[in-house]
Design a protein around this ligand. Structure first.
Ligand code: NCD
Length: 306
């Protein structure tokens, strides 16, 4: 049962529960008008203490498309946190107005920290450089659509694997499927954190760490490109040195398989040239659409809407 649960970490739901969400998302994609009153009378609170375009707007659009309503803020400055209110008091307050909360916060573990103070489901919409489980739902739905499966594949993750929370969540989630291999492509300074390597070791998932995309692109089924996370750097000079480590252009893409699927959580800065956008292997704008549908399915499930 997903009703009244939180989604704080990508491993909070088992594979069967994920299937339930993806199946509902697919039914919504096929017949959206069947679902446009599903959450009528319900309120989503969207609390964003960090910038966002896709995550916030897709959550809000998702709730409106289910017939529900949305309250919230898109920056800390417009909430009473600015006056010194604690995050726990903020959440307690919001939970008495809304039926479900989606929260993004710069602090790692913030969503988990507040969840116990909320009497309504809390969804982690990104906690610092830690996790981003609803981006992972988006990524999995997109991969399922592109490949027709979530097992038996080689996934390359490229770019900022250190600070990229979408990377951490995707690795955790995908390591549970059969016969998944990871190729981790990053500069030495931006390799995945140790706790993610531990996940891979514990699940006996094969992985390799490399620094050149060209050397490995030919063996990938999925290439997950990421932005270097400027806001998490302590030192601007390091950011400038590393920001253009990888740029996927047509020539490089053509070294990949003909059925490679390229994903990116977006926003993109320079890491994918726009000339790649029209290639049938570019899935990142379809991924944006999947993000809204999967959030519709998630909200409906957590609210127990029928
Ligand atoms: C990502 C995020 O916020 O972590 N964006 C998103 O939610 N689609 C990736 C990023 O900001 O680079």
């Amino acid at each position: 049962m997903l009703t009244n649960r939180n989604l704080l970490d990508p491993l909070d739901f088992n594979l069967e529960e994920l299937e339930e969400i993806f199946n509902l998302a697919e039914s919504i994609i096929e017949n959206p008008s069947d679902y446009n009153q599903l959450c009528r009378g319900k309120i989503l609170a969207s609390l964003f203490f960090e910038p966002s375009t896709r995550t916030r707007l897709s959550f809000e659009a998702a709730m409106f498309r289910l017939g529900g309503n949305v309250i919230g803020f898109s920056e800390e400055g417009s909430s009473s946190v600015k006056k010194g209110e604690s995050l726990l008091d903020t959440i307690k307050t919001v939970a008495s107005y809304a039926d479900i909360i989606a929260m993004r916060h710069p602090r790692e573990g913030a969503a988990k920290y507040v969840a116990d103070s909320s009497k309504v489901p809390v969804i982690n919409a990104g906690d610092g450089g830690h996790q981003h489980p609803t981006q992972t739902l988006t990524d999995l739905l997109t991969i399922r659509e592109a490949k027709g499966r979530l097992d038996n594949m080689t996934i390359g993750l490229c770019g900022d694997l250190k600070f990229g929370r979408t990377v951490h969540s995707l690795i955790k989630a995908m390591s549970r499927y059969e016969n998944i291999k990871f190729v981790l492509i990053s500069p030495r300074e931006l390799v995945v954190p140790d706790y993610i390597i531990e996940v891979l070791n514990k699940t006996s998932c094969p992985y390799e760490e490399v620094d050149r995309l060209e050397d490995v692109i030919g063996k990938l089924d999925i290439l997950y490109m990421t932005r270097v996370q400027k806001e998490r750097f302590f030192n601007e000079a390091d950011y400038i040195r590393l920001k253009d480590s990888y740029i996927l252009n047509k020539d490089k893409l053509n070294m990949g398989k003909s059925d490679l699927a390229v994903l990116h959580p977006l926003p993109r800065v320079n890491e994918i040239s726009i000339e790649v956008d029209n290639d049938p292997r570019a899935w990142y704008f379809r991924q944006v659409e999947c993000g809204m549908y999967v959030r519709m399915a998630l909200i409906a499930k957590l609210l127990g809407a029928k």
